[in-house]
Design a protein around this ligand. Structure first.
Ligand SMILES: [Zn+2]
Length: 424
């Protein structure tokens, strides 16, 4: 009976005979095509017409579009339009990405043709493709889309243009405009898709926070430092945190305005921070509940600098390891847990000794695990305030600490309050 309902839906949407649609659906489903996919392919089959009649894709409000829609006709206001170059099947393609809004909602779009879209334009996109991206519908404007500019502009309650603060940027954001101060900047040579190329990388800051950036086509205004306005940047994930990408299509101008870069990191619960999926410069507080294996005195491969076991690097085989110090501590605040990674300097602080001291202690005990044990005794059960960069991967959440300080509150009271909470 379900098939019957699907057929009825489709038939009325597409304005075609129900029995015909049902026979087609039955056919596809018998070939194990999932029902949603089957419906989409029938929408493509019957919905191919470009104008008039029942064959045209249905006009939809943006808020009503779902990933199941095959093709739609929408009218909306272009909020942002940013050009970007991508490599697609071996060719460099210029695409335009941004957001389109009407009274009912907002949708991301990708335009494979240069229609000349600008923020503020009211457009009607006929026969725009709908695809699913990360569970959300997204519009594809291409060759088969008929695009027209409307004389009468639509009123929407969204901001036109991509003005944003660094703290609000998320991976996937396109065509953003930010006003920032260059906090750090270095020129680097990387192996790009067309061989060696020079880029700038560093950290931007504004009143809301800081974010790392990559500038693919070094802009003098960025390299010179100071305060700048960047139009048409995009945000991409790099090493687990959002990063501002400034491309050849971005506009960079020096501005005459002081920007007070916030010295405070965003403070969050551990659970909340992990839930963001990756955040640059965050501060959390919690109890160290364990020090993981691979902490204390460790050895790294001289080639790749990864931690090695018994002189064996997984990539470089038998190597002469370099001694180093680090800590991987599990920090829990009751809302979630994260592995805090301390570098050699922070590890020396919590160990209260140098690498030489650690080597000496290991020699005396004839066991290098004693270094981790000493650190374990010092920090497990105490509460710390940690600031750093949080990334999340398939193995869990890691927080690369820039600072690691014991909370000022009475640690014993905190610890017993925590234990009460855990045991409750
Ligand atoms: Zn190696």
């Amino acid at each position: 009976m379900e098939l019957d309902n699907h057929a009825e839906d489709l038939a009325s949407d597409l304005g075609v005979d129900k029995e015909e649609v049902k026979a087609d659906l039955q056919n596809l489903v018998e070939y194990s095509v999932p029902i949603d996919e089957a419906k989409q392919s029938l929408r493509r089959k019957y919905g191919g017409g470009s104008s008039g009649g029942g064959g045209a894709p249905s006009s939809k409000d943006i808020g009503e579009i779902t990933p199941e829609d095959g093709n739609v006709t929408v009218t909306g206001v272009v909020l942002t339009a940013g050009k970007r170059s991508i490599r697609y099947q071996g060719d460099d393609l210029e695409i335009v990405e941004g957001r389109l809004a009407d009274e009912t909602g907002v949708i991301d779009y990708t335009s494979w043709e240069d229609f000349g879209l600008s923020p503020g334009d009211t457009i009607t996109a006929g026969n725009a493709g709908v695809r699913e991206w990360d569970g959300e519908p997204e519009l594809n404007l291409g060759e088969s889309t008929s695009l027209s500019f409307e004389d009468e502009s639509l009123e929407v309650s969204y901001d036109i243009g991509g003005e944003a603060h660094l703290a609000d940027l998320q991976t996937g954001d396109r065509a953003v405009t930010v006003e920032v101060t260059v906090v750090e900047c270095e020129r680097r040579t990387i192996d790009g898709r067309d061989g060696e190329t020079e880029i700038l990388s560093g950290v931007f800051g504004d009143e809301s926070g800081r974010l790392p950036f990559t500038n693919w086509d070094p802009a003098p205004a960025i390299e010179d430092g100071g305060t700048i306005r960047i139009e048409n940047a995009f945000v991409q994930e790099f090493r687990g945190v959002p990063e501002v990408n400034v491309s050849e299509f971005s506009t960079v101008t020096t501005i005459d305005r002081e920007i007070d870069v916030g010295a405070d990191a965003t403070t969050m619960d551990v659970g909340e921070a992990v839930h963001t999926g990756g955040i640059y410069d965050v501060e959390v507080s919690g109890n160290v509940i364990a020090v993981r294996d691979g902490s204390g005195l460790i050895q790294r491969c001289p080639e790749c600098y990864r931690v090695i076991q018994k002189g064996q690097c997984r990539t470089h085989g038998d190597v002469d390891g370099i001694d180093d110090l680090r800590v991987k501590a599990i920090l829990d605040d009751g809302t979630g847990a994260v592995t805090v990674v301390l570098d050699d300097e922070l590890t020396q602080q919590v160990y209260d000794g140098t690498l030489e001291d650690a080597l000496e202690q290991a020699r005396e005990a004839m066991d290098q695990e004693v270094v981790a044990d000493t650190i374990r005794e010092r920090i497990v059960g105490r509460e710390y305030r940690v600031r750093g960069h949080l990334s999340v991967d398939e193995y869990g959440a890691n927080l690369d600490a820039e600072s690691f300080a014991e909370s000022e509150d009475d640690p014993e009271a905190r610890a017993s309050a925590f234990l009460t909470e855990v045991n409750a």
